[in-house]
Design a protein around this ligand. Sequence first.
Ligand code: KG4
Ligand code: ZN
Length: 356
Amino acid sequence: MVSMKILGIESSCDETAVGIVEDGRRLLANAVASSMDIHIQYGGVVPEIAARSHIEAVIAVVEEALATAECTWDDIDGIAVTYGAGLSGSLLIGVLTARTLAITKSKPLYAINHVEGHVYANFLTTTELPGYTLPTEAPQFPMLALIVSGGHSQLVLFRDHFDYTLLGQTHDDAIGEAFDKVAKMIGLPYPGGPSVAKAAPNGNPDALQLPKARMPGKYDFSFSGVKTATLRAAQEMCGKDFTFPSKDLPGLLNASQRDDIAASFQRVAIETVVDKTILAYEEFSPASVVIGGGVAASQELRRQLAERLPIAPLYTDIKLCTDNGAMIATLGCFMMQKGQPVADPYSLGIEPNLSM
Ligand code: KG4
Ligand code: ZN
């Protein structure tokens, strides 16, 4: 492969992130500024605040990434940017920044699907940056990918780069979103995934009998049923009926009840995605199974997959599981290498509802 360095920009939600990657496998920089501290006060991401924070941060984050990678613009061969899916105002800032840089620095521009980007974080195998634990080998095709985040729950079969089939996806909430909502319901802080994961080891995962949704599509998911069942169980624990408002529940639950709810919900939510991953593994016999997205940070997900899959599941450093620019840059490298079409820097638009 001709050596190349791509700068990737990610701004689809609350992280303003810029990564620089060489040849689709070497991580040179992964700079992130997050407006999460502000959103925590509201219990969820506020789109207008996220967009304004991107405007304030993006140039500094680009400069930080270049400095970390010890690169000037002369060293950068192309720019990749998330154009969907995500929040409109947030996506716009990243895309307009990338378009402007592509024009002023005369670089080819690559438009990246955020969810595909999550998968490609797993191709990074080397770095000199401190504090990263990367897989030693890149995934092999055919590759089964489970993408689980606050916005997505998808199971995708990749036969090769840019040749994939969406096997299934969620019909309602994304799994991370369900973690966030259950956490809020029982009074654990936002973001809910890490809070539930922290409480769960102290609770009994079999304390609640929670249902797994049966879906018409073999590989489709649903998380709204288990979320509602969790609410009903919590109301019952407090001796209240289904009319009792969820916002008043945290005040009535004691710590051990909270831990039991967290443990039971986590077990069933994770089992739901693992069941389908095992089913797809048996049908398609992939050479690799990778996980991506914020929920890929879940130790419970990693444990259940390792226990039930005949091959070791591949996942990367937590800093590359959550939203980041390096995953966007990595996919950009493969787009350039495989001669994928470039985007027009004068007209590239955003696609907030982009699917795979
Ligand atoms: O990929 P990401 O950073 O942003 C999106 O594209 O959505 O994922 C964030 C999501 C949040 O919903 C968060 O609660 C969830 O990932 N998450 C977890 C864990 N760590 C983060 N969910 C379950 N267990 C975890 N350990
Ligand atoms: Zn994401």
